[in-house]
Design a protein around this ligand. Sequence first.
Ligand code: NAI
Length: 429
Amino acid sequence: MSESAYPPISNHLEDVEAAQTEGRRKMEWALQHMPILQSLRGEFKSAAPLDGETVGMAMHVEAKTANLVELLALGGAEVAITGCNPLSTHDDVSAALDAHENITSYAVRGVDDDEYYEAIDAVLDHEPTITVDDGMDMIAAIHEDRPGLIETIVGGCEETTTGVHRLRAMDDDNALEYPVFAVNDTPMKTLFDNVHGTGESSLATIAMTTNLSFAGKTVVVAGYGYCGKGIAKKAAGQNANVVVTEVDPRKALEAHMEGYDVLPMAEAAAEADLILTTTGNRDVVLGEHFDEMKDGVLLANAGHFDIEIDLVALEERAIEVYEARDGVDAYEMPDGRRLNVLAEGRLVNLAAPIALGHPVEVMDQSFGVQAVCVRELANNGGAYEAGVHNVPDELDREIAEIKLEAEGVEHDALTETQREYLGSWDHGT
Ligand code: NAI
């Protein structure tokens, strides 16, 4: 392992001990509500499935993620981690992780672009054998700048939709040189984390950041995928009038049949009290839309990157930009309208100053899947070819079973006759 020039979090803080104590307190609260990770802790501690592995991670470094990181270390791994967004790190949690003898954390909140990539490079100096990404920045850095590491990497895991899209594009170009599990796409993740997690935490963060209500407001949800569906449903549940914008005709129809108004952004923008983007795409809210918006509109993004709202065009139009509240920048237009951007257009539920990310229970599931995928790579990584792989179904089921048991929920099992019937083709009318 070579020494990195970029220092771990502890070198960035004045009172490291106080930060570690607070970070540890946050982790313990989260862990109390993470029965899946608790159950895996028992197994990982006794079986040490990750013995000899070095896990390199680029994730949102906050209390829930920290419990995943510690689980991997408990399983025998050496772990090096940094953030996957310049604003989503909780420095105290990062410091608590860095205090662990087998964990080094380079994640610091508020880094600039250069520092962000230097921190990724510092993680790569640990020469990971397994990578865990949220958005694919680490895998990209390995392939572009540090290809020499690929030979000893068994495989990787990717947490989010945007990362999986990027990986599939890379795979289509035959450019992905090691196997990666699309953790995002597995039912135990997408159907809960993207839908419920993003829906609840984005709206809660917007409400807390602005101290405003959704009731009677027009909330425009851009993108009716997994995240958009959750946001729309929960905003409607808080008595908002929900308008959906989409580019996929089937998703647009689905939103229409759910009872939401579906409009092009050019029309929706004029009606909006809040626009929340979650498309995973770029250039969704543009200059011509800003020109139509009402005074006081809130603009927020829950998609992975900060490219859904065109802040350059907004700034060009503004005569003044000022911080209206913590986490809210007001852009004043020449005609006096104020357009309010939350969390600099970065994913609001993680990057706003008071953001806590998804509810703990939801991340317990997502990170349970991550943990068993890392275990699978350590045990059987050689069985997977380079490219994007779906999470093996039995691993997803394993996490569901642990969660149901923790919740005290019993369910039926297929009988042998039923199993045979479902697998047969010769039982017609
Ligand atoms: P998805 O692929 O299920 O949905 C995206 C939807 O946006 C699709 O229906 C697509 O047709 C639509 N879309 C694309 N371009 C559009 C445009 N220009 N205008 C309107 N609609 C458009 O993806 P999913 O899982 O909902 O994720 C969306 C984004 O949220 C991704 O960037 C993902 O990484 C991110 N994400 C963020 C989380 C958070 O905590 N904030 C959690 C999970 C995912």
